[in-house]
Design a binder for this molecule. Structure first.
Ligand code: MTE
Length: 349
């Protein structure tokens, strides 16, 4: 029903090339050398040498280059990487939500609470250079440059339905790769029962984090059970519609978990922590009776303040709201229901 055979690559228009500072040259000029992280992370899919030392990029150096960072659009190397995306067998057959809607109707509270705020207020967001820190119950921890993380992952296009807890939904051609493939490279230990993701905390850039009215205890955090994180549907996203992610959609790196409510799909990730305890997540901490840890799409369990039986599929308007029935696990039950076998989904909502 949901998963169909790949069809030929879509011929998306890739944004025209612009003259960017070559990032390698830039780093050489600033006296950078990024060796350790690539040495450690280059072995995706291959058996890592257990004796191989973890040498992450020195934090002080990364902070220095961040100060001279570049705003969106994404750097050349990332645009090129994304432009090589191939179709995958993950292809929801629903009509796509137009690019304009996907990139102008957003939830990204770091950049305001209105749906149109992120597109406006995140446009100067600095996403290059970018690093991800890996901590906790894993053999390979440290701080890694995005380039070193991404270069071994071939990018594929997956068309997923995406259902927000607010009862609207989209269908988006995301570009990225399997989250499991990435997590395995850090060699989680047997104690890694959960994985926690964290968004950048940078109040200077993210005005929502400066707001005295915000109830969120920043940074935004989300978590998964390790078997959920390792599920083949779980995706690390770097682009959509043939292009790199715009800032408002979580540039440069976000999650996409199509069977869960959208708030689990955390944006602009800077930290991954493997842990033995179920973490407290942002929305769950704010209103535990409204937002659960699992947050699996479930039309049988209403939000305390509204029904979850139907959703407004974008594009929609006042006169053509385009309501459709919501499906258990957002239509991915065949793939993921076994993860929750024996669990009371009313209790673990
Ligand atoms: N990630 C961060 N860091 N901050 C946020 O406010 N909002 C979440 C999720 N990820 C959010 C976030 C919610 S509620 C939704 S519905 C989706 O992002 C929206 O993703 P989109 O704007 O790409 O549609």
């Amino acid at each position: 029903m949901i998963i169909k055979k790949p069809s030929p690559v879509r011929s998306y228009e890739i944004t025209s090339e612009r003259a960017y500072v070559n990032r390698r040259q830039f780093m050489q000029r600033s006296g950078q050398f990024i060796l350790g992280a690539s040495a450690v992370l280059a072995g995706c899919g291959e058996a890592d040498e257990p004796s191989q030392a973890v040498e992450a990029t020195p934090v002080a150096l990364l902070d220095k280059i961040h100060l001279a960072g570049k705003q969106y659009p994404a750097p050349d190397w990332l645009q090129q990487h994304v432009s090589k995306a191939k179709p995958s067998h993950f292809r929801a057959s629903d009509p796509l939500t137009p690019y304009q809607d996907v990139t102008s109707y957003n939830n990204f509270y770091e950049f305001g609470t209105g749906k149109k705020d992120p597109a406006r207020l995140a446009k100067d967001f600095i996403t290059d250079p970018w690093s991800v820190t890996v901590e906790g119950e894993a053999e390979k921890t440290g701080r890694y440059l995005l380039e070193d993380i991404l270069k071994v992952h071939a990018i594929e296009e997956r068309i997923y339905r995406f259902r927000c807890v607010e009862a609207w939904s989209m269908v988006v051609p995301w570009l990225g790769f399997s989250l499991a493939d990435l997590l395995r490279r850090f060699q989680p230990t047997s104690k890694a029962k959960y994985v926690l993701f964290e968004t950048l905390y940078d109040p200077e850039q993210m005005l929502g984090q400066r707001s005295q009215f915000s109830l969120i205890d920043w940074p935004y955090v989300e978590g998964l059970r390790i078997d959920e994180a390792m599920h083949p549907l779980a995706m690390m996203v770097v682009g959509l519609y043939g292009k790199t992610l715009p800032p408002q959609n979580g540039a440069p790196l976000r999650l996409m978990l199509p069977w869960k409510y959208g708030f689990k799909s955390i944006k602009s990730i800077v930290k991954i922590t493997f842990t033995d305890m179920q973490p407290k997540t942002t929305w769950q901490s704010l209103a535990p009776n409204e937002y659960g840890f699992y947050a699996n799409v479930n039309p049988a369990v209403d939000h305390p303040r509204w029904s979850q039986k139907r959703e407004r599929r974008l594009p929609s308007s006042l006169f053509a709201p385009n309501y459709i029935d919501t499906m258990p696990f957002n239509g991915y039950a065949d793939e993921v229901a076994s993860l929750y076998k024996g669990m009371d989904l009313r209790k673990y909502f």
